[in-house]
Write a protein that binds this ligand. Structure first.
Ligand code: ADP
Ligand code: MG
Length: 313
C-alpha cells in the first residue's frame, strides 16, 4: 500500500495530563502534515516544540488526544497493527536492556514484530550499523555511539517502509554522524521514506528534501528545503577589513556590528537591500575587503522571519 503520502496527519492534538505540581501540557495543538513517499523529510524545531511527541505518536508509544494519523495508508485507529508494521523508529532516548547483546536485542525486536526466523536479517543489520564485532557483547559495555547504532538496527528489523530518526545526531561524534548519514542516504535510495527531527538548521538543509518547521506544538512552515531557506530574508554578510576602518559603512536598512576579531557583520534584509548595495556601502566607507562570507541564519531568526511574513499576509 502507501500512496503519494507515506504519512498523513490531520488535526493532531496531544495534551499531557497534569502530573504532581505540573499543570496539563498541550504539546501538539492541531497539526496537519502530509509526508511524501520516498522523501527525506525534516521536522525542525527548538527543544520543547513537540517533535518527539509527534514521532512517538507515530510510533504508537504516546496516545494522541485527538486527530487522525495514517501510516502507509493505514489509519492508526482502524489498523493499528499494519500501521505499526510500516514504520521503524529510532528514539531520542538511549533505552536499551543492558543485559541483551546486540544480536539478542535485534532477535527479540524481530520477534516482537512477528518477523519469521527465515526472514530475519540480523547479520546484515549488524553489518550495516557496524556492530559485527560487538554482536555478542552485553549492551551495557557498549559506548554511547554503539548504543545509538544498535537503536538504528532495531528500527530496521521488520523492514519498515518508513524510518523515523528522532534527533539522531544530538551529542554524537563526527564519525558516527557520517555513518548515520551514509546509511540514511543509502536506505532512502533503496526506496525507504525517511523522517528525521533536528534542531539544527544546517542538518535539515544538508539532508532533507522537504522541511516542516514546528514551534509550540504547531507547524509554522512547510516547504521544499530550497524554497523554505529562500524565504529567510534576514542575511548577514561578514567582512574582514584589510585594515581597521576609520568610518563605518552606512546604508538604509543595514545594521553594522563590530566584532571583537575586527570583522564587520552587516545585517540586512535581502528583499529591501540587495547585496550589491551592502558592498557599495562598504566601499563608500573606504574599506578594502580582505575576506567576505555570509552567515547562516539561526533557527530563532527563521521563526521570527516566518512568523513576521505570516503576520503580514
Ligand atoms: P521536542 O522533542 O520538540 O523537544 P517534546 O515533544 O519532547 O518536544 O515536548 C513537547 C512539550 O511537551 C514540552 O513542553 C515537554 O516538556 C512536554 N512533554 C513531553 N513529554 C511529556 C510528558 N511525558 N509529560 C508531560 N509533558 C511532556
Ligand atoms: Mg525531542
Amino acid at each position: 500500500m502507501g500512496d503519494d503520502n507515506a504519512i498523513r496527519i490531520e488535526q493532531l492534538r496531544k495534551t499531557y495530563a497534569a502530573h504532581k505540581n505540573e499543570p496539563p501540557k498541550e504539546a501538539l495543538s492541531g497539526v496537519d502534515l502530509d509526508i511524501p513517499t520516498g522523501s527525506v523529510f525534516g521536522l525542525l524545531g527548538p527543544n520543547g516544540a513537540g517533535k518527539s511527541t509527534l514521532i512517538n505518536i507515530l510510533a504508537g508509544l504516546v496516545i494522541k488526544t485527538a486527530g487522525r494519523v495514517s501510516i502507509w495508508g493505514f489509519d492508526q485507529d482502524v489498523n493499528p497493527r499494519q500501521s505499526r508494521a510500516a514504520i521503524g523508529v529510532m528514539p531520542q532516548e538511549l533505552n536499551l536492556d543492558p543485559f541483551f547483546t546486540p544480536r539478542g536485542a535485534l532477535e527479540v525486536q524481530a520477534g516482537l514484530y512477528g518477523v519469521p526466523r527465515a526472514q530475519r536479517r540480523t547479520d546484515e543489520i549488524l553489518r550495516l550499523v557496524g556492530l559485527e564485532d560487538k554482536a555478542n557483547s552485553y549492551s551495557r559495555t557498549l559506548s554511547g555511539g554503539m548504543r545509538r547504532r544498535l537503536l538504528l538496527g532495531k528500527a530496521l528489523v521488520h523492514h519498515p517502509h518508513i524510518l523515523v530518526l528522532d534527533e539522531p545526531t544530538a551529542g554524537v561524534d563526527i564519525e558516527l554522524r557520517q555513518m548515520l548519514w551514509t546509511n540514511v542516504r543509502r536506505l532512502n535510495e533503496d526506496g525507504m521514506t525517511i523522517i528525521l527531527t533536528t534542531h539544527y538548521l544546517e542538518e535539515a538543509e544538508e539532508m532533507c528534501d522537504e522541511i516542516a518547521i514546528i514551534n509550540h506544538g504547531a507547524v509554522v512552515a512547510r516547504d521544499s528545503t530550497a524554497r523554505l531557506l529562500g524565504r529567510i530574508d534576514h542575511k548577514t554578510m561578514v567582512i574582514q577589513p584589510a585594515s581597521p576602518p576609520t568610518t563605518l559603512p552606512e546604508a538604509e536598512g543595514v545594521q553594522v556590528e563590530q566584532r571583537a576579531d575586527g570583522a564587520l557583520a552587516l545585517h540586512y534584509h535581502a528583499r529591501q537591500t540587495p547585496a550589491e548595495a551592502v558592498l557599495d556601502a562598504v566601499h563608500a566607507a573606504g574599506i578594502s575587503i580582505s575576506d567576505v562570507r555570509t552567515e547562516q541564519a539561526d533557527l530563532q531568526d527563521v521563526f521570527l522571519e516566518l512568523t513576521r511574513v505570516n503576520a503580514a499576509d
